[in-house]
Write a protein that binds this ligand. Structure first.
Ligand code: GAR
Length: 197
């Protein structure tokens, strides 16, 4: 059994979609949802779906006895960031090489970096006059949104597009592709018996 944990801090539509996708799967399971924002809607979504929610603060994030210890107890194979904004400590990246992935709501390397999340990204895309946007699923390294790209999918930015309408298109792409990309990484891991890339 391969174990996924999801880190999320907002509404959690991606977290819910991933949890549902692997429900009843014999080989891959979402074992916990980690959230750094008490009261975030993602916690309610996870709880409704029977996935334990773990709320944590800065201290636990950066100390060896905190989140790293919880992850070790759980025996985690893949850490999935789905709408999570804190930089991942080196301690965790070193322990899970190639096993921490993130989704970004634009076509990296454009419109990434610290402070670029959610609506702000869509505003920047429209302001830049880009004709295309999309999603990027990538490995996480010590710099925001700069890890190796695993998968991208794109959509048109139409004339008159608003941040809200673009967000809806991008969310649809995320929901369509993110779980399958996760499955691909873990299945490759199972077939080749090594860490996923
Ligand atoms: C998603 O669009 C995700 O790509 C984005 O936050 C949204 C979370 O939506 N992540 C970032 O902007 C990270 N820089 P959700 O809470 O409905 O899953």
């Amino acid at each position: 059994m391969k174990k996924i944990v999801i880190f999320a801090s907002g509404s959690g539509s991606n977290a819910e979609n991933i949890i549902r996708y692997f429900e009843g799967d014999g080989q891959i399971r979402v074992v916990a949802l980690f959230c750094n924002r008490p009261g975030a809607f993602v916690l309610e979504r996870a709880s409704r779906l029977g996935v334990p929610g773990i709320v944590f603060g800065r201290d636990e994030w950066t100390s060896a006895g905190g989140i790293p210890a919880r992850l070790r107890e759980l025996g985690v194979d893949l850490i999935v960031l789905a709408g999570f904004l804190w930089r991942v400590p080196e301690m965790i990246l070193e322990e899970y090489p190639g096993r921490v992935i993130n989704i970004h709501p634009a076509l990296l390397p454009s419109h990434g970096g610290k402070g670029m999340y959610g609506e702000r990204v869509h505003e920047a895309v429209i302001r830049a006059g880009d004709r295309k946007s999309g999603i990027t699923i990538h490995h996480v390294n010590e710099r925001y949104d700069e890890g190796a790209i695993i998968f991208q999918a794109s959509c048109d930015v139409s004339p008159g597009e608003t941040p809200g309408s673009l967000a809806a298109k991008v969310h649809a792409l995320e929901h369509a592709h993110f779980p399958a990309v996760i499955r691909g990484l873990l299945e490759r891991d199972m077939n080749m018996n090594r860490t996923p890339y």
